[in-house]
Design a protein around this ligand. Structure first.
Ligand code: UT7
Length: 334
């Protein structure tokens, strides 16, 4: 992909709340078993917030790590792009709240709504400001408090989701630096909108006693429809991206997929010919944190010593919308 200036990731920060919701806890809340959850999804536990903790709180912790690691002042950040489906409130945007809390005076920002693809969409949106030369340092964040929109009486959804946040700093690269963001594919198929959505709380069905009584402010999902689409599109988008860059799955050092279901990940990886040791799967520990999964997976890879500067990384996602994303880059952070 041609760009004026190279954009590179120079730092990563992640944060999950300490409180755990295990499969054993869920066995006491709904008609399910730990064995069913593990076999069908790969999830063993999720982190969830205490009451009153919001998406911006998690994101701020992740961003603080970035500022500390890079040794830069908050005032050096020029823009903040936040991928989330659980903003603290409909407005002001979560980006505004984070800008204030971090003290990024002079930065502007906004939220991106793309559900599970929101981190990749935020990442690429942020990178464009760097590529054009408009900004030198931009934060891209993926953060969600899914527990705020989950019905803990619905076994089909409550076993899947968790809370968490991750962020990266994108900076302008020197012209000779090879460790830059290389290419991406984004797609939407809006016809899949009713397969995964929150029916009320927006302008179509504003909050009312009736919408609350009918539990319309929770996630509603046709699990099988999402599953089938995700299996197909995660692999398809990744394959197209690899092919047009003259690569195959075997060339990739690390595959970092959205963590929605272990079976979806393994099916995509198999189609891409990706050996298991190159795939990051941490869904067992965190569940599906929506916009948080990919940066949290990058964090797991780093902790395990599996992510090094210069590694060729492929990230892929499918989410509500439907939204699809795939990003190819050379990891630029130390
Ligand atoms: O990030 C993007 C967002 N979401 C996704 O990517 C989710 C994609 N979908 C999935 O991961 C899977 O479809 C689920 C994990 C949601 C469900 O797994 P599944 O294998 O597709 O199950 P199913 O919906 O086909 O249901 C199979 C059976 C049903 O029982 P019957 O009708 O066969 O008697 C369900 O009622 O499993 C039952 N079931 C459960 N049983 C125990 C559904 N949820 C549970 C549960 N515990 N939690």
């Amino acid at each position: 992909m041609k760009s004026l200036i190279g954009a590179k990731i120079t730092a990563l920060g992640t944060y999950v709340p300490p409180k755990l919701l295990t499969n054993a806890d869920l066995e006491k809340m709904v008609d399910t078993t730990s064995q069913w959850i593990t076999e069908r999804t790969g999830i063993k536990q999720r982190h969830i917030v205490e009451k009153g903790v919001a998406t911006s709180d998690l994101a701020v912790e992740a961003c603080k790590q970035i500022l500390e690691k890079r040794g830069i002042a908050p005032t050096e950040i020029e823009a903040i792009v936040v991928g989330t489906v659980t903003p603290d409130m409909l407005f002001p945007s979560t980006a505004c709240l984070i800008q204030d809390r971090l003290g990024c005076k002079g930065a502007w920002g906004f939220d991106v709504s793309a559900a599970c693809s929101a981190f990749l969409y935020a990442l690429q949106t942020a990178a464009q400001f760097v590529r054009t030369g408009a900004h030198k340092k931009v934060l891209a964040i993926g953060a969600d408090v899914m527990s705020s929109i989950i019905n803990y009486e619905d076994r089909a959804t409550c076993i899947i989701f968790g809370d968490g946040a991750g962020a990266v700093l994108i900076e302008a690269a020197d012209p000779e630096d090879p460790n830059i963001m290389l290419d991406f594919i984004h797609e939407v198929d809006g016809s899949g909108g009713c397969s995964l959505y929150m029916p009320a709380g927006g302008s179509k069905r504003p909050a009312s006693h009736e919408t609350v009584d009918k539990k319309m402010h929770y996630v509603h999902q046709d699990g099988q429809a999402v599953f089938k689409y995700a299996v197909k599109k995660m692999a398809e988008a990744s394959e197209t991206l690899l092919k047009r860059n003259g690569l195959t799955g075997k060339d990739i050092d690390l595959f970092v997929p959205h963590q929605a279901n272990r079976r979806i990940i393994m099916s995509a990886a198999e189609r891409l010919g990706m050996p298991e040791e190159r795939i990051i799967i941490n869904i067992g520990e965190y569940g599906n944190t929506t916009a948080g999964t990919i940066p949290l997976a990058l964090g797991s890879a780093r902790e395990q010593g599996r992510l090094k500067k210069g590694d060729l990384v492929l990230m892929a996602s499918v989410g509500a919308g439907f939204t699809v994303g795939a990003t190819l880059l050379k990891w630029g952070a130390d």
